[in-house]
Design a protein around this ligand. Structure first.
Ligand SMILES: Cc1cc2nc3c(=O)[nH]c(=O)nc-3n(C[C@H](O)[C@H](O)[C@H](O)COP(=O)(O)OP(=O)(O)OC[C@H]3O[C@@H](n4cnc5c(N)ncnc54)[C@H](O)[C@@H]3O)c2cc1C
Length: 521
């Protein structure tokens, strides 16, 4: 393996967390590993709703924290929730200064959307559903201008090297599907900002790159993983056969769009007092139940938005147009799709993982903010806040900033390409047996399938990173014998008396793959 050393901080990923951290670290030199062209391939650029922050005069960070804690179903770290929500308005102001064109009202105030389980209209947005794309556009431009940031495009991380419990560097390969021989880069500090895992599911809203690989590579290096079982399913992915499934943002329901089935029956009103704006897990399970009964759930924007849906929600309108749906005259078929991983690499309040020299921010991290169910639009917020926290923590360990040579890995042919059939099988089993409704039999079957796929296709480090994360999600789901937030066990449909977070190493999760089924009691 080619080995190189750099004085730059390595940032793995190129979404909101990575770009924000790179800018916050300036003038410390960093190298940003971006598998795609900068700005592409990240969930961040696909975010529609916006960023949650208490910007309204009557709203407060305390109310935002209380909603976050309530949505998380007993497993949110209250200290983290208070810290993140208190920092939120400041981050909106700095994004505004960077050029994010947030929607404004006639008096110059931020236009705020109402989303599920928020007690206020609190989501700062851009042109209806363009928040992620526009925030990323502003950050990409700033990163391109920053002399301290080297962007290594077309590369992806596949492993970490660890000595005495401390990470010494990152193994990278060409991000081309054919892969390359691995190259090891030793670095003074490593920040993982490689996104979540929802693309490990066959029915997902996440971009194809977001398949738990960065969580998996940290787990394979020995990092502790927290709350892996908590995967959020978005109730209203547009169900028209596209992979990934385009999203119909929750803000549509905030504007009054309703959920009906093919018989025209509005089904949420009888399930929850907040009807369409009930917590995401409740709406997602209701949609799933209608879908399984062949009742074709649909989002009806006609009365609430009429023709304005086309101009006010351009991403949704474009997805409908691709599928031949006219939302002005017909309801939009929807399905619940894997959307957000609340779990991830366990971090402390400073964004540090359980291994030395390793920080994590964004969806790859499990900071304790989301608990069992993320409050809508707290994902981008967490990435912003922890990017800053990690940057401060990393900077404190570095010598005074000095210019550093660029990192130039040489990607020689000789990689092990990932088998696309194996990925498809992995994604199918995750949706079928580790999805919205889980039970012991399905989870054990899934663990056995994941183990078999890994045994056959594990020569690819990239695939092993995916199976590591899939194993952790299924094992943690098997261990949690209760239903809580987004995690629903049909064999344990109630919440246990005591709420707790979960914490697991990959070795512990792998041990579960080998255990026989429990005797019935
Ligand atoms: C359709 C959609 C809509 C959403 N809407 C909202 C919303 O309105 N509000 C909200 O708060 N949240 C929303 N979310 C969630 C939010 O977008 C994400 O949680 C957030 O963007 C995560 O940021 P991140 O920087 O951690 O990861 P990402 O933005 O996903 O970036 C991860 C980066 O890591 C890179 N990467 C992956 N694997 C590797 C590897 N092996 N090596 C190197 N790099 C790698 C990727 O290419 C990418 O650049 C939405 C998500 C989706 C999918």
């Amino acid at each position: 393996m080619q080995r190189i050393a750099t004085d730059r901080v390595i940032i793995v990923g190129a979404g909101l967390g990575a770009l924000s951290a790179a800018l916050r670290l300036a003038p410390h030199p960093v190298v940003l590993i971006s598998p795609e062209r900068l700005g592409e391939g990240a969930s961040s650029a696909w975010a529609q709703g916006g960023v949650a922050a208490a910007m309204a005069a009557a709203d407060t960070p305390e109310a935002h924290a209380a909603d976050t804690i309530r949505a998380g179903a007993g497993t949110v770290d209250a200290g983290v929730a208070h810290r993140v929500t208190a920092a939120a308005p400041g981050h909106i102001e700095s994004l505004t200064r960077l050029g994010a064109p947030f929607d404004r009202d006639a008096s110059g105030g931020y236009v705020l959307s109402r989303e599920a389980a928020h007690s206020f209209a609190r989501v700062v947005r851009v042109k209806g559903d363009q928040a992620g794309a526009e925030i990323m556009r502003a950050l990409v431009a700033e990163v391109r201008r920053a002399a301290s940031v080297q962007v290594l495009e077309g590369a992806m991380a596949t492993g970490l090297q660890v000595a005495g419990g401390t990470v010494t560097g990152v193994v990278v390969e060409s991000a081309d599907p054919a892969g390359s021989e691995p190259v090891f880069i030793a670095a003074p500090a490593i920040l993982l900002a490689g996104g979540g895992s929802a693309g490990l599911y066959a029915l997902t809203t996440n971009p194809p790159r977001i398949r738990g690989q960065v969580i998996g590579l940290a787990a394979r290096a020995g990092a502790a993983i927290a709350d892996a079982e908590f995967v959020q399913f978005h109730p209203t992915a547009i169900d028209a056969g596209e992979d990934p499934a385009p999203l119909a943002t929750e803000a549509l329901r905030g504007e009054g769009a309703i959920l009906i089935n093919r018989h025209g029956r509005r089904f949420m009103a009888e399930i929850h007092p907040d009807a369409e704006l009930a917590p995401r897990d409740i709406v997602a399970r209701a949609i799933h139940a209608e879908w399984r009964q062949g009742n074709r759930p649909m989002l009806d924007t006609r009365a609430a938005l009429g023709a304005s849906v086309l101009t006010r929600f351009p991403s949704v309108a474009a997805a409908c147009a691709r599928a031949g749906i006219d939302p002005v005259t017909e309801p939009i078929p929807v399905a619940a799709a894997a959307h957000y991983h609340m779990g991830g690499i366990a971090t402390d309040a400073g964004g540090r993982a359980s291994l030395g020299n390793l920080w994590v921010c964004g969806e790859a991290a499990s900071t304790g903010l989301h608990g069992a169910n993320r409050l809508a639009s707290n994902g981008l917020l967490e990435a912003l806040v922890y990017a800053e926290t990690c940057a401060e923590g990393i900077a404190a360990t570095l010598p005074a900033p000095a210019p550093a040579a660029p990192v130039v890995p040489e990607f020689r042919p000789g990689g092990v390409p990932v088998d696309s059939e194996a990925i498809a099988r992995l994604r199918q089993v995750m949706t079928a047996d580790v999805g919205l409704i889980r039970d012991e039999k399905g989870l054990r079957g899934a663990l056995a399938t994941i183990a078999a796929l890994e045994a056959r296709h594990g020569d690819s480090a990239s695939f092993r990173n995916m199976t590591a994360t899939a194993t952790l999600i299924a094992a943690a789901a098997l261990m949690r014998e209760e239903s809580r937030g987004a995690h629903f066990r049909s064999d344990f449909p109630r919440a246990a008396d005591a709420a707790r977070r979960s914490r697991l190493t990959l070795a512990e999760a792998m041990a579960l793959r080998a255990l026989p089924e429990k005797e019935p009691t």
